[in-house]
Design a protein around this ligand. Sequence first.
Ligand code: GDP
Length: 435
Amino acid sequence: KPTVAIVGRPNVGKSTIFNRIVGERISIVEDSSGVTRDRIYADAEWLGREFSLIDTGGITMEDEPLNIQIRNQAQIAIEEADVIIMLTSVREGVTNADEQVAPILFKSGKPIILAVNKADNPELRTEIYEFYSLGLGTPYPISGSHGLGLGDVLDAVIKEFPEDIEEEYDESTIKFSLIGRPNVGKSSLVNAIIGEERVIVSDIAGTTREAVDTRFETKDGRDFVMIDTAGMRKKGKVYEDTEKYSVLRAMRAIERSDVVLCVINAEEGIREQDKRVFGYAHEAGKGIILVVNKWDTIEKETNTMKEFELDVRDEFQYLAYAPIVFVSAMTKKRLHLLPDKIEEVFMNRNLRIQSSILNDVVMDAVATNPTPTDKGRRLKIYYTTQVAVSPPTFVIFVNDPELLHFSYARYLENKFRDTFRFEGTPIRIIPRRRK
Ligand code: GDP
């Protein structure tokens, strides 16, 4: 999926434009895990072309001087995006900050679309010509608050999309990533896992993204691709250490992964930021393994591992399906379990269940625990079928979808899990009215 970034100084209306472009989509994916998140990154679509949108303004820090903020935004956009929307405002005209950032963007060689916001009426629209002076081509007048002109901007944006940036890996190649706060030991884990294996140097003419993937083959000949979260193998890139940027990189890595290793630092325990990012992997329907690293630092008694596991389960209730592996990147203890676990979760996420078996399980479930009623009407389940894998998605045909309450859907999910296991993968249950 191509990526589009919005750059512009504070108050030009970046978040308004971001929300306009993303539309209602953001609320659909929100919060099944009960975690709120920054609106810095979201999926969007225009004329059937899907893309990811980044609000670089949401990543930089507001207490920094303006010129630093906007330079950092530009660098993030140059590093992350295929197309950049430079946002300015006709009310303030061309500012110093605009003049500073324009040449940086221009030199990057990335396609830049110059949008001039707050052009709410015809008089203001005639004033946009001064923006030609930025040397970024035609300025597009838009109004975020009135929703005007955005269509032209998006037309121009999608015209610049690269022809084909599809993944070149085939479907059986397992793509995984490691996410977690700085210092949980992601790089150490990667080096420890990959250190043992043969790294395949890919000769595909590199876009920047492939360049950071690491492809390797295990001794018994299985292919894996490790997707870099935040320059783990290549330190010292832009803005790496700020929390929001690492969240953004994690979100982007998650999107390209089949399985996500969510790394917790045993020494420090679980933090808020862990919950936020892991929640994104869950909502994205990715396979998930909870990895507790630095287990060597913990003083152990009889039940230490059990107790830590209970804490993790308590903090991540929405990840009840995810296996937990306790490892140490330093001593390499239990690290050898990871490739097998990753593969197992990958398989579970691609599992397809025959309808006949599925319907037997549902009938059994209904016989044990009758369907709920609401105002005298009982939920009737007619037929269940799996409509997708990765993650496994089931459509249940019913008399009225409203009658399938959350708790009963959860009950059915548990039945599916008892029967088919599905360890490490989210599953989705969608009720649909039978016509
Ligand atoms: P990242 O920011 O998540 O990539 O974390 P790093 O891999 O850079 O590790 C951060 C620090 O934790 C480094 O000083 C590592 O040596 C240390 N570290 C990583 N894994 C372990 C571990 O399993 N045990 C111990 N004791 N230290 C570790």
